[in-house]
Design a protein around this ligand. Structure first.
Ligand code: SF4
Length: 256
């Protein structure tokens, strides 16, 4: 293997292991090794990378997952939906935004992440999850053997709420139909909602995240799971272990 390829693989492996380390995993066993990409070299000792990891695998391997049979009436493309949002002023969030953050990623993904709304960095760049929370989301994605460009990432509202407040019900009601159209076009095997606003908006349920996690819901016959928003995980690192359980469930469902 060339030195350049070796460095690239080492960096990829470091990203995986840093996420495991972040969530409190401090040694490696065979179950974690099965989550790593086949192209990576066999890991004999994670301490070679200066990181120690450990894993207990309680994931439910028998979760049902079927490709959705019935979907919303399809838009021809994501582009058509984004054209409907050009210079959108349908709600008050248009007043303080710099850019509409439509979404980004693989237009034919197996997995879609749905967050709440853009933050400051996202508003500046016009891209979802590019700040600190976005960096953590990238690590979370990589921890389940995916690259960021293999999934699609979007939000319930496409414009930044002032001071990063939670979007109001009327703002969500105005903007979420565009999310629903996106999900219909994307037609993934699985949707992962990041945080309470996302999962409540999709499921139209006023229930706590604690009651919505650890369950498989459906949106237009697409399986939906919920986990913590990466911004919450940055503020509450102790919740990363629960997020890891959610990620293992997602990996298991995608494997089916
Ligand atoms: S949040 Fe959505 S509905 Fe409101 S102005 Fe932005 S794009 Fe339009």
């Amino acid at each position: 293997m060339s030195k350049k390829n070796s460095l690239s693989l080492t960096n990829s492996l470091r990203n995986y292991l840093e996420f495991y380390s972040d969530i409190g995993i401090d040694s490696l066993d065979n179950r974690v090794k099965t989550l790593l990409p086949a192209t990576l070299p066999t890991i004999k000792n994670s301490e070679d990378l200066g990181i120690q990891i450990n894993c207990s695998d309680n994931s439910d391997q028998s979760l049902p997952l079927t490709k959705p049979q019935v979907l919303l009436k399809k838009d021809p493309s994501l582009e058509e939906i984004s054209l409907d949002l050009v210079d959108c002023k349908r709600c008050r969030l248009s007043q303080g935004r710099s850019n509409i953050v439509f979404g980004s990623g693989n237009p034919n993904p197996s997995l879609v992440f749905v967050g709440e709304g853009p933050g400051r960095e996202e508003d500046q760049q016009g891209l979802p999850f590019v700040g600190r929370a976005g960096q953590l989301l990238t690590k979370m994605i990589q921890s389940i053997q995916l690259q960021r460009n293999e999934v699609y990432i979007c939000n319930v509202v496409k414009c930044r709420p002032p001071e990063n407040r939670t979007p109001s019900e009327d703002e969500i009601a105005t903007c979420s139909p565009f999310l629903f159209r996106q999900l219909s076009v994307l037609s993934p095997k699985l949707i992962c909602c990041l945080g309470l606003t996302a999962v409540q908006s999709l499921l139209k349920l006023k229930v706590s995240l604690g009651r919505l996690r650890n369950k498989i819901h459906t949106f237009q016959n697409i399986p939906v799971v919920a986990t913590y928003h990466p911004a919450y995980l940055l503020r509450n690192p102790s919740a990363k272990k629960e997020a890891w359980e959610d990620l293992k469930k997602i990996r298991s469902m995608l494997n089916q």
